[in-house]
Design a protein around this ligand. Structure first.
Ligand code: SF4
Length: 367
């Protein structure tokens, strides 16, 4: 790893500090040499930090970076976000996935705007919709310098390995043990520096696969390294069950060139986003299954049907989606109940899930 010569990352004090744990000292020193420069680290504005933390909850930094820049340009402060419609916020979020994050962000922005200012205490920040203990600790330490330790996946991994902890991180006992250790290690004089340093150390040095132990400043004291258990830590108790779902989309194109979309309902993935007519099956459908579906009877006369996507796999955290897509040319411009008519060329104004974007690309290539 090379040092970034333009880095203006805060450097830890040179003199040893009795209040700082040697672990914190080593991680902060590493961060001074290798930490990433990211736009949300050059600010103490809680709104910008909040947006970045919500985006990064389930998105890698490389992907989230551009979204962050675009999002804060589109909604420069919490009042602009609060004044936007849900459709505008979802459209700005399109492609990031986990859309409940955007809806929570929007609801929280409205409550902050109603209160007149961003909350300044841990309890106030934690009470915002969509903000858990990790995000509250990050916002409060980065924006206000409050002494709260962040414990995210990176932190669990580094602590489990360095201190040789095999308590499952998704157990109640594990959560308490790691939270207590994280608080004990926190550099209380520089919580922002320490938290950022530890998160970057996990993301770049003590990585899930192939951590760079040879060049690690902590390798002399790392218990997992000494015991040869690096790859086995951290331990997880549960394996999350993954469900397969089989989606067949019918892209309904009317003679006037418009298409029909509808909003996804509450209680399932992608709430509030738009999609074409969806037929869902519990196992991989045959063509006969698709053509025999009762939904066809609601469409009226059809001029032609062409399959444009076959067996496209899209993986979410707890679901594997298998998608087939058909271009269905309708013979009449009649409306369909529950659908909105979208003019040719106006499609991009509707926020859709990534899987539907892929369908659109396939339809465009076919047409
Ligand atoms: S020695 Fe390896 S496992 Fe231990 S903290 Fe360093 S990178 Fe992580």
């Amino acid at each position: 790893m090379t040092r970034n010569p333009t880095s203006t990352l805060p450097l830890p004090p040179d003199a040893p500090d009795a209040s700082r744990h040697p672990f914190a000292e080593a991680v902060e020193a590493w961060y001074g040499r290798h930490g990433r420069r990211l736009p949300w680290r050059d600010t103490a504005d809680p709104y910008h930090i909040w947006i970045s933390e919500i985006i990064l909850q389930q998105t890698r930094v490389a992907q989230g970076y551009d979204y962050y820049v675009r999002f804060v340009r589109r909604f420069p402060d919490v009042f602009a976000l609060a004044a936007a419609s849900e459709d505008e916020v979802l459209a700005a979020w399109q492609g990031l996935g986990y859309y409940s994050r955007a809806r929570n962000l929007h609801a929280a922005a409205r409550s902050i705007a109603a209160a007149g200012a961003f909350p300044t205490t841990y309890e106030g920040v934690r009470a915002l919709r969509g903000v858990g203990p990790y995000t509250a600790a990050a916002i409060c330490s980065f924006a206000y310098g409050l002494p709260h330790a962040v414990v995210d996946g990176n932190v669990y991994r580094v602590l489990a390995r360095h201190f040789g902890l095999s308590t499952p991180i998704d157990s109640t006992a594990g959560r308490h043990e790691f939270a207590a250790l994280a608080e004990a290690l926190l550099d209380r004089k520089a919580p922002a520096l320490y938290n950022q340093a530890l998160m970057d150390f996990g993301a770049l040095q003590c990585t899930p696969q192939n951590p760079n132990c040879t060049a690690c400043p902590l390798n002399g004291s790392c218990v997992a390294r000494q015991r040869g258990s690096v790859e086995a830590l951290p331990v997880r108790e549960k394996r999350t069950a993954v469900r397969d779902r089989y989606f067949v989309y019918l892209y309904l194109l009317r003679p006037d060139g418009s298409l029909l979309l509808r909003r996804r309902p509450a209680g399932d993935i992608w709430q509030g986003l738009y999609e074409p007519l969806l037929l869902e099956f519990s196992s991989a459908p045959s063509e006969t299954d698709v053509m025999g579906h009762a939904a066809w009877a609601t469409l009226g006369p059809v001029s032609s049907v062409a399959q444009v996507v076959r067996g496209r796999l899209h993986v979410l955290t707890h679901q594997r989606l298998h998608m087939d897509g058909y271009l269905v040319r309708l013979a009449s411009d009649a409306a369909l109940p529950g659908f909105v008519r979208v003019e040719a060329g106006a499609r991009d104004a509707y926020a859709v899930p990534r899987l539907v974007e892929l369908l659109f690309e396939a339809v465009d290539a076919y047409i």
